[in-house]
Design a protein around this ligand. Structure first.
Ligand code: PMT
Length: 221
């Protein structure tokens, strides 16, 4: 049971997709539903934590007793997450599927069709997870890694590059798991160990993740 394992802890979680505007009627996004992050927020709440959930645009209900802060773009997400961590944060979990690039400019008017081909200039978005993990006062920081090939290798690379304490690798090439489904299967890596969870419901995965993360948080300096 995770009863009280996070009591007195402040937890900040990102969830859902981001939405990057092209013009007043169009945007770039991805298939994240927010279900994994919302399940984590509920599990952290059940474990006794005070939870802030920074959420991209989703259509699922807010978990009761969780401070949900809605954001749209990757830039909004970084701002809201940084402000939430400024308020005090023991554990930061990034489960959002953030757009890596955004349109260089958002057209003021709807873009009209003209030639047969058109190119959209994209620029890199800020990385919320890497920014939080790199703070002097960084909380215990856990990232996700959605991969379709060489899952373990890319995930452990990401953990080192982004200075994470743990990373949750999600093989999103398996039909019925990962993006926009009710179930998931993950492998968690930390320096010196790993554990696989699922396939099972995102609620179950979230509960097991909170239990595992809490054990590491407890032993961390
Ligand atoms: O929302 P669901 O439908 O329930 O689906 C859940 C999920 C598949 C989206 C989730 O389990 C998951 O794997 N989330 C991470 C998705 C992702 O975009 O991973 P990534 O490998 O591109 O990013 C690595 C990490 O950096 C992630 O923790 C991500 O939140 C973070 N990141 C990435 C880019 C960026 N600009 N800012 C970030 O914070």
């Amino acid at each position: 049971s995770t009863d009280g394992v996070l009591s007195g802890k402040r937890v900040v979680i990102t969830a859902g997709p981001t939405r990057e505007p092209i013009d007043p009627v169009r945007y770039i996004t991805n298939h994240s539903s927010g279900k994994m992050g919302y399940a984590l927020a509920a599990a952290a709440r059940d474990a006794g934590a005070k939870v802030v959930l920074i959420s991209g645009p989703v259509t699922i209900p807010s978990p009761e007793g969780v401070d949900v802060q809605d954001v749209t773009t990757a830039q909004d997400m970084l701002e809201a997450a940084s402000a939430a961590v400024d308020e005090g944060c023991d554990l930061f979990i990034a489960s959002a599927a953030v757009a890596d690039y955004r349109p260089q400019t958002c057209a003021g008017d709807k873009i009209k069709k003209s030639s047969e081909e058109m190119a959209l200039a994209l620029v890199r978005n800020p990385d919320t997870l890497a920014t939080i993990a790199d703070r002097k006062d960084a909380p215990f920081t856990v990232g996700f890694a959605a991969e379709t090939t060489d899952v373990a290798k890319y995930a452990t690379d990401k953990m080192q590059r982004k200075k994470l304490r743990m990373i949750v690798a999600n093989d999103v090439s398996v039909p019925g798991l990962g993006f926009n489904s009710d179930n998931n299967a993950v492998t968690v890596f930390w320096p010196g160990g790993q554990r696989s969870i699922g396939p099972t419901s995102k609620q179950q995965v979230a509960g097991s993740l909170i239990e595992l993360i809490s054990e590491h948080l407890k032993d961390s300096p």
